[in-house]
Ligand binder design. Structure first.
Ligand SMILES: O=P([O-])(O)O[C@H]1O[C@H](COP(=O)(O)O)[C@@H](O)[C@H](O)[C@H]1O
Ligand SMILES: [Mg+2]
Length: 574
């Protein structure tokens, strides 16, 4: 259904329009086609983009702009994706395979979820559809809890309002390894993609109007119970917590989870508490983006809070900020690596007590977790980006990635979970408070024990995806710079060749570059698999050696800035 060399753009568009069951995208494409035929360059460009290639599985499933055509998110694409997945499951399991379907509150999500339930039913599967929007971790939990063979979450997470997406998980009888309940990786993603490519045109796929079931809402209660239990203890010292759902679907559940864990002083960011697909108060509903926590920070200052908890719109990510008199404005947002290290240390203490367990983080996350694991006599694994990789590590007790993702209870949710991680964080902060300490004190202790590991990202957002390919090509052709922050670059890995996984094996090949310097600084560069961005992840490690922490942190900051300046030079972005 995509543009073959022999097909002209207008033929491909006309044929797609004939098979598109959605009058809205049909009309949009017809308008663009008319404009294209009269020579409007903008229309030609828009159609070329929408028909260049079908949406492909990236870091977290399919994700793209809403609109007509095979390279966009729309009902025709979703119907064919559901048909491909159903064919894949039917081939492996025969009829009667079970698929659970969840959806967020974005534009199109509820319709895409209903279409999916209909297609699964029409293909002889048993479809279980959530009645209402739900957080991604609830869907991931339900897959394992109900023993379904697959699950689909219709969400584009924290992307802009114009996007939507499709996260695909396998479980039950469909896979039997450690990946049970996780999002798909090769070879399943390739097999499912091939089944999608082979699917009939969307309007020829059987779509009964009923026959699917509602997910029993008790599973949400069970999720809640489990998320609270995962913290092991309850609130110690009371905390005033400012909570934001970032206009997403996690607000009510996160609040309840915190309340069940004993936190009753919760102040919600009223403007962001209800789901709103337009995310009106933020430029990007991504707690990683500057400004996303502004309302929460203002409220926390006004109400003299102890902690800010922010989920992304599908509530699988968690951002945290804490009071810090040395930080500008008196509050400090922890990086994903900082919170990952704090939760990692806590998980390591618990696991070391039990005598077993593995900690894991992605190749773009801090190396501190490995030192923490070693210090507690535990295993550590390095994985590729994304929880589809982190969550399938055997004997995992805790996994995180720098992109604000944490998995504190892999037995329940084989994915990141912003709600169970929020409860654990609140409990940790409250236990520390009871001891007269803060999260910053614990971070300082980790720095003294293992060296200060400071990380900082440099993200380059582009309009034209081709620019990312060009930048990666240029970096590969030109090699690494000789020096970064004045230290010679001593090792270069191309992740296409597969980097070491930390236990004598190699990671599957992926597009990315890793450079390390004599000073043990490290840079990883890779294209995002969910957004049009090139991402550079920088890390420096500094020995503390009795120096005041402010001094060491300032030095780390400077070195990170120097690395980023060098990278801007290499990338030619001034
Ligand atoms: O969007 P979410 O919250 O599901 O998050 C998704 O995207 C993040 C960024 O990926 P990339 O760097 O490829 O853009 C990944 O780290 C994460 O595992 C994935 O689930
Ligand atoms: Mg998310």
């Amino acid at each position: 259904m995509t543009l073959s060399p022999a097909q002209t753009l207008d033929q491909a568009v006309s044929s797609w329009i004939t098979h598109d069951p959605d009058p809205v995208t049909r009309e949009e494409l017809s308008g663009l086609l008319q404009a294209h035929l009269t020579g409007e360059a903008g229309a030609t460009a828009a159609l070329s983009e929408a028909f260049a290639a079908p949406l492909a599985f990236g870091t977290a499933g399919l994700r793209g702009r809403l609109g007509g055509g095979p390279g966009r998110m729309n009902r025709a694409v979703v119907i064919r994706a559901a048909a491909g997945l159903s064919a894949f499951l039917r081939d492996r399991l025969g009829e009667g395979f079970t698929v659970i379907i969840g959806f967020d509150a974005r534009h199109g999500s509820a319709q895409f979820a209903r279409d999916t339930a209909s297609v699964v039913t029409g293909a002889g599967g048993r479809a279980l559809l959530f009645d209402e929007h739900c957080p991604t971790p609830v869907l991931a939990f339900s897959l394992r809890r109900l023993g379904a063979d697959a699950a689909i979450m219709v969400t584009a997470s924290h992307n802009p309002p114009q996007d939507n997406g499709y996260k695909v998980y396998l479980g039950g009888r469909a896979v039997t390894d450690w990946g049970q309940g996780a999002q798909i990786v090769p070879p399943y993603d390739e097999q499912i993609a091939a089944a999608i490519a082979a699917a009939a045109p969307a309007n020829e796929i059987p779509m009964p109007q009923d026959g699917w079931e509602a997910v029993d809402p008790r599973v949400i209660e069970e999720y809640l119970e489990r998320a609270v239990k995962a913290a092991h203890t309850q609130a110690a010292a009371p905390l005033r917590i400012v909570l934001t759902a970032m206009h997403g679907v996690g607000g009510a559940l996160c609040r309840q989870a915190l309340e069940h864990a004993g936190f009753d002083d919760i102040v919600e960011v009223a403007e962001q508490v209800d789901p709103d697909p337009d995310f009106p108060t933020v430029d990007f509903p991504n707690p990683e983006e500057p400004g996303a926590l502004d309302l929460a920070l203002a409220l926390a200052r006004e109400r003299d809070a102890d902690l800010i908890i922010a989920n992304d719109p599908d509530a699988d990510r968690l951002a945290v900020a804490i009071p810090d008199p040395t930080a500008p404005g008196g509050w400090r947002q922890l990086t994903g690596d900082e919170l990952g290290s704090l939760l990692g240390e806590q998980a390591a203490e618990l696991a070391a007590f039990a005598g077993t367990g593995v900690l894991a983080n992605s190749v773009v996350s801090s190396r501190l977790l490995r030192s923490i694991a070693r210090a507690h006599g535990l295993g550590h694994r390095q994985t590729l980006t994304g929880f589809k990789w982190i969550s399938r590590v055997p004997d995992l007790v805790f996994g995180y990635e720098e992109a604000l993702g944490y998995c504190v209870d892999p037995g329940a949710v084989r994915d990141k979970d912003g709600i169970s991680a929020a409860v654990r964080t609140a409990v940790l902060v409250s236990v520390l408070k009871q001891q007269g300490r803060s999260a910053v004190d614990l971070l300082d202790r980790l720095a003294r024990d293992h060296g200060l590991h400071a990380t900082s990202p440099l993200s380059i957002r582009v309009e034209d995806l081709g620019l990312i390919t060009t930048m990666m090509e240029r970096l590969r052709a030109g090699g690494a710079p000789a020096r970064l922050a004045d230290s010679p670059v001593t090792a270069r890995f191309d992740l296409l060749d597969g980097a070491p996984d930390g236990i004598g094996g190699h990671l599957p090949p992926t597009d990315g570059l890793v450079w390390t310097t004599a000073a043990d600084d490290r840079v990883v560069i890779r294209p995002s698999g969910t957004e049009p961005k090139l991402k550079c992840y920088c890390e420096v490690i500094l020995a503390v050696e009795g120096r005041p922490m402010v001094e060491v942190r300032a030095e780390a900051e400077q070195r990170l800035e120097a690395i980023k300046a060098d990278l801007r030079g290499v990338l030619g972005i001034g």
